[in-house]
Design a protein around this ligand. Structure first.
Ligand code: ADP
Length: 263
């Protein structure tokens, strides 16, 4: 049987990347993309060479959060896609940077989506990287499955909020990983309370410690947490997330957990 040329490219293309992390969540809106960005920025600041790949076809939010406009450069002859260079050590590509019309919705059937995801993973010229952070579509459907099955040696970073309804979906994602024999690097809790702007006290508006407890119960490593921070949301909306994430998020910053676990 012939070997699919894209399969070959995929293997070759990802061979120079030491750690491939797929960021997954059970449901949308829990901050999966925000956490993927935190990991990418944090790891690049720590001196690693990092790529951030956004394959969330229906809600590609990475370009907006990082303030990347325009289109990715595509070298049509060689069928290669050049990542956008944010700064030394951080390169980004998103499905949105390949779409002619950014406002248009993606209405594709399964095989088309699978093709696009595989192409994104096979054709982007990352060069050598220490970490590739992949922002995968939420849930346990065809799309995260394609990501998981096409990246050899990938490990999963699960993202949840402390709320029970998010934790219930997280357990499904965990089951998905176990059924597919996908190693899980650990769990990140997002929107882990906020600091009251009036009294400075901690407000656990989505419940307390749910992510950390779930990690402990499921035998997962707890990688860290991000508080809910209005500045984070405003920076993401305004395309200034990179500069905000450069500030110190403390001992609990998720990228620190990743450095500890992955290396
Ligand atoms: P997902 O990728 O899971 O759909 P996003 O990362 O797009 O979620 O986040 C959803 C929304 O919540 C965005 O507007 C984002 O800016 C905001 N958000 C995510 N995490 C935080 C946080 N820790 N603090 C404040 N806003 C956040």
């Amino acid at each position: 049987p012939g070997i699919d040329p894209l399969d070959q490219r995929l293997t070759r293309n990802l061979a120079d990347i030491r750690h491939k992390l797929v960021v997954m969540s059970g449901k949308g809106g829990v901050g999966k993309s925000t956490v993927a960005a935190e990991l990418a920025v944090g790891l690049s600041l720590a001196g690693y060479r990092v790529g951030l790949l956004d394959v969330d076809l229906h809600g590609p939010s990475i370009p907006r959060m990082l303030g990347i406009a325009g289109h990715a450069e595509v070298l049509t002859d060689e069928q290669l896609i050049k990542p956008v260079i944010i700064d030394e050590g951080l390169k980004v590509i998103s499905v949105e940077l390949l779409m002619p019309d950014k406002e248009a919705s993606v209405i594709w059937r399964g095989p088309m989506k699978i093709g696009v995801i595989r192409q994104l993973m096979g054709d982007v010229t990352w060069g050598a990287l220490d970490f590739l952070i992949i922002d995968a579509p939420p849930g346990t459907g065809d799309e995260p499955l394609t990501v998981a099955q096409n990246v050899e040696g990938a490990k999963v970073v699960l993202v949840t909020t402390p709320q029970e309804i998010a934790l219930a979906d997280l357990r499904k994602s965990l089951d998905f990983c176990r059924q597919l024999d996908l190693p899980v690097l650990g769990l990140v809790e997002n929107m882990a309370g906020l600091v009251c702007p009036h009294c400075g006290g901690q407000v656990d508006f989505l419940g307390q410690g749910g992510g950390q407890d779930t990690a402990a119960r499921s035998g997962l490593k707890f990688l860290g947490r991000l508080p809910w921070d209005p500045k984070l949301m405003a920076a993401a909306d305004a395309g200034r997330l990179v500069s905000l994430l450069r500030r110190d998020w403390g001992e609990d910053a998720p990228y620190r957990g990743v450095v500890q676990e992955a290396l």
